[in-house]
Ligand binder design. Structure first.
Ligand code: SAM
Length: 280
């Protein structure tokens, strides 16, 4: 399928490409060997899912950037797929977890394995820089990155009211100045993300993609479509909103909580939006 067309974006064949355009994205990755270390974070993403995203939006050897790198889900995904990677993370605690994984694990046949159990294997080369991504982005040259694959904190210090814990929001916040998770309200959150989005636009190569994972919220008795609000604010800095994949990882899905049963509809938000935006 499409065998004669030169693939401008990735190394997939036509069938693999087509499969990935489905807007419904159900994965089933169980915790991997690095999970025990990464789970300290609480909002980390499976490296295998990040690898699938990276495989679609880059070719082997290209550079992937994650400005909100956490404990390195994107960087590990890049290591699984033979891409270069660079991550920015404001909280030194998460940088240290990533560096421990880098020291103690290698990639063997596309899987992360403890170094001591592997006869050989490839090192995890992705570089993690500690600091505020807005400042660190400004240090990168324009048009130097093939893809930005990231999930920012969705947090707003809103203090959920209503049904106890009615929001799916469960973000740990470092308390550090510049932490996007500390934005005092939704408006400020979107403004700060938009400013960062402007820098992401600058460092991306033309025609390439920003892929951002954003969970929706339920707050004060109403559904907040945070994913689409974020997409809109990124459109305003110039990105074209190309689509969304609705992602759920079955293997690590939380049990449903009985919010307001027999009273009013309250959703259990078990999916995340994978926003796909292009610099064009
Ligand atoms: C949802 S988590 C990302 C988790 C990551 N995908 C992983 O697999 O570990 C968002 C991260 O952004 C970081 N962060 C928040 N504001 C930041 C900023 N201004 N610059 C860099 N990192 C920031 C937080 O400390 C948090 O670790």
């Amino acid at each position: 399928m499409g065998g004669k067309l030169r693939n401008r974006l990735n190394d997939l064949d036509g069938r693999q490409w087509l499969y990935w355009t489905d807007t419904l994205y159900i994965t089933n990755y169980p915790p991997d060997a690095t999970h025990v270390l990464r789970k300290q974070h609480g909002a980390m993403k499976p490296p295998e899912v990040m690898a699938e995203i990276i495989r679609f939006f880059t070719k082997e050897g290209e550079l992937v950037l994650d400005p909100f790198a956490g404990v390195g889900g994107t960087l590990l995904g890049a290591a699984l797929t033979g891409r270069k990677s660079l991550g920015f993370e404001i909280d030194p605690r998460w940088v240290a977890v990533y560096r421990t994984i880098q020291r103690d694990f290698v990639v063997v046949n596309g899987v992360l394995c403890p170094r001591e159990e592997a006869d050989n294997g490839e090192a995890i080369n992705g570089e993690m820089r500690q600091g505020d991504c807005l400042a660190l982005l400004k240090e990168l040259p324009a048009a130097s990155v093939a893809a930005v694959v990231t999930d920012p904190p969705y947090g707003i210090n809103h203090g959920a009211r209503g049904f106890g814990g009615e929001t799916n929001f469960n973000m740990l916040s470092s308390g550090l100045a510049g932490d996007l998770g500390h934005a005092p309200d939704l408006e400020t959150f979107l403004e700060r993300l938009q400013e960062i989005g402007g820098e992401i636009w600058r460092v991306l190569l033309p025609g390439r993609y920003l892929v951002m994972m954003v969970g929706d919220r339920y707050q004060e008795g109403e559904y907040v479509p945070l994913g689409f609000l974020v997409a809109q604010s990124l459109r305003e800095v110039g990105f074209k909103f190309k689509g969304v994949k609705i992602w759920s990882n079955k293997a690590t899905r939380r049990p449903l909580k009985p919010y307001a049963v027999k009273s009013v509809f309250v959703p259990n938000i078990t999916h995340q939006n994978i926003l796909i935006l292009r610099k064009e």
